[in-house]
Every structure is written in structure tokens, then in C-alpha cells.
Design a protein around this ligand. Structure first.
Ligand SMILES: [Zn+2]
Length: 186
């Protein structure tokens, strides 16, 4: 069920709409460095793991940049579509990690390679990072504050996704809510 969701363009459209809204709200603020006006400075990405025919308009990392000559600094905007500089979509990383951490029938690296076509090397890097380092990140600590204390850090995405799916009307909205919770903490 979850892997099929990642092939739905509607998932990425919904996340794109949230990202656009986050960027629009941020644009109403001023540059944190000099108080200048903020302008759009989006950039195109070529994310992996989603539908092959995804419209290019959704492959945009929303970003802002100060309009003051002499400052021009970038101002980051939270993103439900992307997770840092990773080339895979946030939702893809989330689902893969959740399947890896699912209890009692978690999937092995080999099974995930076959299902998603992601290289073993990349997967091992994700397991390492998201099971050991990410638990201490600001992003996770903020999301974790919204969950009950029975959620275990060593299976953070598994627990979080389970929680979101249990509280949503359908799986698609559960996955969207989960991406949003990680990106913005609400
Ligand atoms: Zn500035």
C-alpha cells in the first residue's frame, strides 16, 4: 500500500501546495540578516523515487533570497517535498525507512533494493544516518514532541508514520500529514 502511494502524482501535488504556502508565508517576513524584502529564488531539482512522469512544476525547491543589494542572502523555507539536499523525495525516504523499521515484519536492505530500485549503498547510508544521527536533529526532536512517549527513537519513522496513518482519514492524507509534521512540526 505505502509503496504504491509514492507513485501517485496527487501526493506530490499536495506536498507542493503546502510548500508553496509555507514559502508565501515566509515571504511576508523580512530578511533575518538586514531586514530587507524577501524575493522568490526557487530552484529546480531532479528528485528520485516518485512517478516517472511527474510534472516538472512540482520538482521545485522553494527558496527565498534577500532583495537588498549587498546582502542577497538566501533564507531557507521548510519543505515537505524535500529533506535537506538528498536526491530522493522526503516521502520516499520516509516510507523506505518506515518499512525498514516496521515491527514485526521489517524489510531487509535486499528487499528494499528490489522494491524501490535504490542502491544498497544509499540504503545503508540512510539506515546509518536516520537510525543514529537523525534522532538528535532539531527536526526530529520537534516532531517527537507531538508524539506519545512510547515512540522509540530507534524506529522513529516507523512509529511516526504509524501514528499519522492511524489518525488520518486515508493513507494518502496520513503520509502528507507525516511529511508536514517532520517539515514544520505541526
Ligand atoms: Zn538581507
Amino acid at each position: 500500500m505505502l509503496p504504491e502511494l509514492l507513485q501517485k502524482t496527487s501526493l506530490f501535488r499536495l506536498l507542493f501546495v503546502i510548500d508553496s504556502d509555507l514559502a508565501a508565508r515566509k515571504r511576508e517576513e523580512r530578511c533575518p540578516h538586514c531586514g530587507g524584502p524577501l524575493h522568490k529564488a526557487n530552484y529546480r531539482r531532479k528528485p528520485r523515487g516518485g512517478p516517472v512522469d511527474i510534472p516538472e512544476q512540482y520538482c521545485i525547491r522553494q527558496s527565498l533570497c534577500c532583495g537588498n543589494e549587498g546582502c542577497r542572502r538566501r533564507c531557507s523555507v521548510e519543505s515537505c517535498l524535500f529533506i535537506g539536499r538528498r536526491v530522493y523525495w522526503r516521502s520516499v525516504v520516509l516510507v523506505v525507512m518506515a518499512l525498514r523499521q516496521r515491527r514485526p515484519d521489517s524489510l531487509s536492505a535486499g528487499e528494499l533494493v528490489r522494491m524501490f530500485g535504490i542502491s544498497r549503498k544509499t540504503l545503508v547510508r540512510w539506515f546509518d544516518y536516520f537510525e543514529k544521527v537523525y534522532a538528535g536533529s532539531m527536526e526530529w526532536q520537534r516532531a517527537r514532541g507531538r508524539l506519545s512517549s512510547c515512540v522509540a527513537d530507534e524506529r522513529l519513522f516507523g512509529s511516526l508514520l504509524e501514528h499519522c496513518l492511524n489518525h488520518a482519514a486515508d493513507a494518502l492524507s496520513g503520509l502528507v500529514a507525516c511529511c508536514r509534521l517532520l517539515a514544520v512540526g505541526t
